[in-house]
Design a protein around this ligand. Structure first.
Ligand code: JF8
Length: 229
């Protein structure tokens, strides 16, 4: 999978060089390329923003640099890209979104800043590929980078081979629509607190049943909305 990221803060994505995704890049499973939007400016100040038409506070990201950046990136592969623009006005990102986007051969993340990106950029991108405006959740961030990082991790880890044991992807929160069960490891007693005895019983059927019940109880308590779906 090829993933391109365009941002005015490319160093924000240095974290993608470590841990699981860093290993996947080294193994050739993920081809992640991070770009500085200002590389597509042509003035001495490398300007990427301007005042909003119609007035209002803040600045809007100019369309020209975005247009040139997306043109160059789209023509760099034979696959029509899926353009993902993190946006508080987008669909909410869920595990189902991650699973869907993990099948895309080429993802391009466009990270906005200021008050956002000139709307015409999304229409222009639609002439090059699929466009998705996606929100991390109902709260306000200062830009798209945090959201893009979260989405790239959630998507990247689903690409075959990235996570060593695919079984671990199955037993996770939200994979089966429920929150995951509690986990424990040695010691069996820690500061007087015992591991639930069922987990030490060796009765795998009973352990599976207990874990399922824990999932249902936690979901009922913490995320009843997931049970209503
Ligand atoms: N995704 C997402 C976002 C954002 C977001 C995304 C892009 C920009 C560009 C300027 N400000 C932004 C906020 N806020 N809250 C979310 N869940």
């Amino acid at each position: 999978m090829r993933i391109d990221v365009v941002s005015i803060f490319p160093s924000f994505f240095d974290a993608l060089e470590v841990s699981l995704l860093g290993k996947a890049r080294g193994a050739g499973l993920l081809d992640i390329r991070v770009h500085d939007l200002r590389d597509w400016t042509h003035d001495r100040h490398r300007t990427v923003d301007d005042t909003p038409y119609g007035g209002g506070a803040g600045m809007v990201m100019k369309p020209e640099p975005w247009g040139e950046a997306l043109d160059d990136i789209a023509r760099d592969t034979s696959e029509r890209p899926v353009f993902v623009f993190p946006s508080p006005a987008g669909e909410v990102f869920r595990q189902s979104t991650a699973r869907e986007l993990a099948h895309a051969p080429h993802l391009v993340f466009g990270c906005g800043r200021y008050e956002g990106i000139d709307e015409r950029v999304f229409a222009e991108a639609a002439s090059l590929g699929e466009v998705r405006l996606i929100s991390l959740g109902d709260y306000v961030l200062n830009g798209g980078e945090v959201a893009a990082m979260a989405m790239i991790e959630a998507i990247g880890r689903l690409v075959p081979g990235v996570v060593g044991n695919p079984q671990s992807l199955v037993e996770e929160s939200h994979e089966d629509g429920l929150l995951e069960y509690p986990s424990y490891t040695k010691p069996a007693v820690w500061r007087g607190r015992e591991v639930p005895p069922i987990l030490l019983s060796g009765n795998h059927g009973a352990i599976a049943a207990w874990r399922r019940e824990q999932q249902l109880e936690r979901t009922r308590l913490r995320r009843p909305d997931l049970l209503a779906e």
